[in-house]
Structures are given as C-alpha cells and as structure tokens.
Design a binder for this molecule. Structure first.
Ligand SMILES: [Zn+2]
Length: 447
C-alpha cells in the first residue's frame, strides 16, 4: 500500500456479517464512508489488495487509558481486586495533562494497531491531585480527545460522575480528583464537553458505579444522558462486596438500583456484571441494553466470569472492552468470552465466531453511539481491519474456516492493515505516524 487516501479496496476475504467469509470483495470508499460493496472477479486494477480476512473496525467499549501504565508492574505478589485498586490509585495520582496526553496517545496507538477504530474511554480522572479543577475544568478529557485524534481512531468520551468513596463514604485523598462535588457540577462540566463533538468525537455519560454515585445523582446523570441523547455506561457488580453493600443500603442489587433511577434502557451499557444475578440479567436483557464484558481484565483481577450466554439469551447486546489494558487485543477478548464459558459450563460452542465478531464490531459501536459503524456495508463508516491468514498462527485453516481461525487462533499481532474512516492508519503492521513502543518507552510513568 502506498497511498493513505486510496478509495478502493479489494479484500481477499471479507466478513460481511454472515456465518462465513466471502472471497474477492470490492469495497469502494467516498468521503470516509463505504459507497459500494460488490463481488469482484479477482484483483482489480487501482484497488489496494488486502491480503487475509478483512472485518469491520473493532469497538473497544470500555477503556481506562491510564491503567496501561500498570502493565507488568502489578503482577507480583498476591491480592484481590481491592489490593489492585490501591495500586491503581497510586498510578492515578501521578498523572498531569501533559503526561496523560503522551501516555494516552501511545495507548490509543496500540489500540489502532490492534484494529480498534473506536474507543469508549470511561473517564474519571478529571481534576488535579487534591481535587482542584484545572484552569480548563475539562483539560484531562480534552487531552484524551487530542490523543485519540493523533493516534487516528474515533473516541466516545464517557465522562463519569464519581462523587463518593463508597456508599455513604466521603472520597479519599486520591478519589478527590475524580469528584466534581455534586451531580449538578458534574452535569455543568460534562455539558461543556458537548461542543467538542465532531466527525471523530462523541461525548457520553457514565455513572462510575453505585458505590461512587448516590441514587439521586444516578437519576440526574440518567436524565442528563436522555436529554442530550447520548450513551450512558456504568460499572455493575464487578465484585460481590458491591452487591452486598448496595443490598444493605438500598434493598436492591446495583442493576435494580440503576433501573429504579431510570438509567437502564437501550442506550445503557452495563460493564462487567461478573457478580450479577439472574434477575439482573433479565432486567438488562428485557431493556435491550448492552452488557460489556472485559474478560482479559476480569481474569487478571480475579473478578470472575460474567454471564455472557445468559445475557445474550435474555435479549441483551454483548460488547467487549480492554478495560485495565492488561492486554490490548480484541480477538483475545472475543475468544476469552467463549473460553471462559467453556471452563464454567464444560460445554463447547456457546458463542459462535460470528456472534463474537459482532460483539467486537457492530454491537460495540452501537453501545458507543456510532450506529453507522461496525459493518462492511454501504453507507457505513469505512473502517476495515485485515487479519493475516498466512502467519505462523493462522496459516493452513482455509477460507471456509477463516472466521473461526481469526477468533480462536489469531492475535492482535496478526492485524496488518487498518483503515479508519477511509484513511489507512496501519500499513503492513506499522502505525503510519506513531512509533508506539518507542513512545511508551520514552514516557514511562513510575509508581
Ligand atoms: Zn472499568
């Protein structure tokens, strides 16, 4: 590939939403959108040939960019989610807008290399250490938007309300920089972000969790998200302790409390649900909400296995996120959803490769407010991710099994071309403008 603005791509194999890949597909692009998808009789002159399996861009629905600084540094010693959280607070206390921009640009660059065309950044690192607002109260959010743009992917900034350090508890020293003090102040600050929305930026709302946001504030954030017609996300039942506290304080599970306060509907995404009950699953499913699983993080933090089959069967849409960035590999997230289920149920084949790819693409984009993305289809945003089918991991499976081969054997290291909004951003496995590994080495956050 030589031209970053080439308008026609010839896919050796493409996933167009069905059970199998289709051979020889021509994708024409105009002004960043797919203008035509048609069969082709072999190579076409002037078209960029994409060798391997081309799928739509991945949506990484749940990300905390700053937690990438912890990779490898939290893997010694024993502990639980709660001891990991203490380590995470140390890293969170060290970032300022300049260092956060450099870190996030590299993290988003790593995501682009892994085929992510849109990230849902669940953002609560709002203020300076101690809780003082920066001169621009949205400076930390703004640097995330700039980092995404430089890395070449779209972003939905999910601005999270975070007001208390646990049910009925004040925020601690570290958590102070997460808090706006009240839901009204959160809404005023988040409202200021809306003017930054553009072709590659959307703003969404988030309730950090029922631990961090009281019921009246949950209702206010939910109402704000409806008023502005933006997605609403929340962590739900990542840990049993959250369920126990919520039940003791309010007589309801976290999902029931969120539902009671008007948060749960089609625009809602609940993240984790690792300790969710059958009733919570029914509540989210009947509302046609999205449940976002983050299996590489959930296993890393010893959270448990979320009810992905039950959620799907109840009517929820499934999506995936890299969350703590223990690894950034959407194929691994997709594969882990099925592999976790196999370990828990001792039955194979709970999710199909097609269903897992839908979670990583079209479902995820919908959760982030991009209904015109995640499909290789006329009118959709032109996001194309090509996975090598001739690497040591993927060679030999044949076109008939390309989807299964991609989901169950490939890694982000097999992604060698990425087109986002019609623009080539990864060519032959390299980012066109960033040396991502060098950036990470140059700007190390040490805690
Ligand atoms: Zn999270």
């Amino acid at each position: 590939m030589t031209d970053t603005h080439t308008n026609t791509f010839h896919c050796e194999l493409a996933w167009l939403g069905g059970d199998h890949a289709v051979a020889d597909v021509l994708v024409e692009v105009a002004e960043g959108r797919i203008s035509r998808v048609s069969p082709s009789e072999g190579p076409v002159q002037g078209a960029v040939r994409l060798h391997g399996l081309t799928v739509p861009g991945f949506a990484n629905v749940h990300s905390h960019a700053f937690q990438r600084a912890m990779r490898g540094r939290t893997q010694s010693g024993s502990g639980t989610f709660w001891t990991w959280r203490d380590q995470m607070y140390t890293f969170a206390s060290m970032l300022d807008p300049d260092s956060y921009f450099l870190l996030a640009r590299a993290v988003f660059g790593e995501m682009v290399l892994a085929g992510v065309s849109c990230v849902g950044e669940f953002h609560y690192l709002h203020h300076a250490p101690g809780g003082q607002a920066y001169a621009d109260p949205n400076e930390m959010g703004t640097v995330l938007l700039a980092a995404a743009r430089e890395a070449g992917l779209r972003i939905t900034l999910l601005d999270a309300c975070y007001l208390q350090g646990g049910i009925g508890k004040r925020v601690n020293e570290t958590q102070r920089r997460f808090s706006d003090g009240s839901a009204e102040k959160w809404a005023a600050r988040a409202g200021d972000l809306l003017r930054l929305q553009s072709a590659d930026i959307r703003i969404g709302a988030a309730v950090h969790s029922v631990r961090a946001v009281d019921p009246d504030a949950i209702a206010m954030v939910a109402q704000w998200s409806r008023m502005h017609n933006v997605p609403l996300h929340a962590h739900i039942s990542e840990q049993q302790a959250e369920n126990d506290e919520c039940l003791a304080a309010y007589g309801m599970s976290p999902a029931e409390l969120l539902g009671d306060r008007g948060a749960i509907g089609e625009s809602f995404t609940g993240v984790h649900l690792t300790c969710g009950s059958a009733g919570d699953v029914r509540l989210l499913g009947s509302a046609r909400a999205t449940v976002c699983f983050c299996p590489t993080t959930e296993r890393d933090l010893a959270d448990g296995i979320g009810p992905s089959v039950a959620a799907r069967e109840a009517g929820a849409s499934l999506a995936l996120g890299s969350d703590s960035q223990a690894v950034i590999d959407m194929l691994e997230e997709a594969r882990a959803l099925e592999m976790n289920e196999r370990l828990a149920s001792r039955v194979r084949g709970n999710h199909s490769a097609r269903g897992l790819l839908a979670a990583a693409t079209v479902n995820g984009h919908r959760s982030l407010g991009w209904r015109d993305a995640g499909r290789i289809e006329e009118g959709c945003l032109a996001d194309l991710v090509t996975i090598r089918m001739d690497s040591v991991r993927t060679a030999g499976a044949g076109a008939q099994h390309a989807l299964e081969n991609a989901v169950f054997a490939a890694t982000s290291g097999d992604i060698h071309h990425v087109v986002i909004g019609g623009r080539v951003v990864v060519r032959d496995g390299a980012h066109i403008s960033l040396d991502v590994a060098a950036e990470r080495n140059r700007h190390v956050i040490r805690a």
